[in-house]
Design a protein around this ligand. Structure first.
Ligand SMILES: O=C(O)[C@@H](CO)OP(=O)(O)O
Length: 343
């Protein structure tokens, strides 16, 4: 459980947390792994160490001179939306690993095999959506795989802003032409969803479809752990985390960072390993540190992009978003507006 207090005057949100939603995995059975020393300080990107112990996180609010997030909900009648977007000096980045898939449930190596969610995975995605229902989202990126796409769409059913996520089809001229929208107002009430294979799960090579436990029994626990978690050792004919990072992080830098720079708030729904590679980049983890980075299914993580830096805001642990997130002033204002408009 997490205890929080938000002080309106100072804008300081304190979280007392046992866990930050990262976990240690045995097969695909999740065991939560509280962080040993995880510091959140604005302006500093801290390395995460993983171990046990209770943490008290104090997140100091950004300066009061910040302007609003890029969403007309903050200024429905304001004609200067683009101007405020230009001035906006922060953007939210949500990362979410897909909910449980049918092969997670069966403890099979999945990789790029396109397997849908279980009922539990559907529920995880909906719960995740509740946790981020007050965070602004202007663009959604998913992998090309259905488990990530289902997760994003199910999560968005819970968003209070009620914008419509719309999959962008750029795969051919015809697809582009046939999916055009002819109303600017309708466009404003929608969120583009971009599907990118570069965000796919790491290609697991000849392990795809094999049972994780049986593979460990056959090749030894250590060998399988090396294939699954090391940075640069690929599974047979598959991608190492390093190879996965070459495409996922390149895509993140080339396509997603420019959106954040323009003030857009972004959600990425992807996979254990494509997200591990992105988090390794965001948190500046070493190839040793990334070995112990494990992500739970369906747990959204929030970063703030500000002045070219990614600041981790913690991760949800409670049943709602009230505890997990250290809102910045901008996010708190966005939420307040949603309260005023939709309550
Ligand atoms: O099977 C997979 O594709 C992944 C994620 O479920 O497995 P691992 O935990 O080994 O990264």
């Amino acid at each position: 459980m997490a205890a929080t207090a938000f002080h309106q005057a100072t804008g300081i949100l304190q979280i007392q947390s046992h866990s930050l939603g990262l976990r240690q995995e045995i097969g695909d059975g999740a065991v939560r792994l509280p962080l040993k020393s995880f510091k959140l300080e604005l302006g500093l990107s801290k390395r995460a160490c993983y171990g046990s112990g209770q943490r008290k996180l104090s997140v100091i609010q950004a300066s009061a001179s910040q302007t609003s997030v890029a969403d007309p909900v903050l200024s429905p009648s304001n004609k200067n939306t683009s101007e405020s977007r230009k001035k906006s000096n922060e953007a939210a980045l949500i990362l979410i690993r897909h909910g449980e898939s049918l092969w997670n449930e069966k403890n099979l190596f999945t990789g790029c095999v396109d397997v849908p969610l279980t009922k539990r995975g559907v529920e995880e995605a909906i719960e995740a959506g509740k946790k981020i229902s007050n965070i602004p989202i202007d663009m959604i990126y998913t992998s090309a795989l259905i488990r990530a796409q289902m997760t994003a769409m199910l999560a968005m059913t819970q968003h209070r802003r009620r914008k419509v996520p719309i999959v962008i089809h750029n795969e051919s001229e015809q697809a582009r032409a046939w999916s055009q929208i002819f109303s600017e107002d309708t466009k404003k009430q929608s969120i583009p969803v971009i599907q990118a294979w570069q965000l796919n799960e790491r290609m697991y090579g000849e392990l795809q479809g094999l049972n994780k436990q049986e593979t460990a029994d056959r090749y030894g626990k250590e060998q399988v752990h090396e294939w699954r978690r090391s940075y640069d050792i690929p599974p047979p004919n598959g991608e190492s985390l390093e190879m996965c990072a070459e495409r996922a992080v390149a895509y993140f830098k080339g396509e997603i960072v420019p959106q954040l720079l323009s003030g857009k708030n972004v959600m990425i729904a992807a996979h254990g390993n494509s997200l591990r590679s992105i988090i390794m980049y965001l948190d500046k983890l070493t190839s040793q540190e990334v070995i112990s980075l494990e992500l739970s299914t369906g747990i959204p993580m929030l970063y703030i992009f500000k002045e070219g830096k990614f600041i981790r805001r913690g991760s949800p642990v409670g049943p709602s978003e009230a505890g997990p997130y250290a809102y910045t002033r901008t996010l708190a204002l966005y939420r307040q507006k949603l309260d005023e408009m939709f309550n």
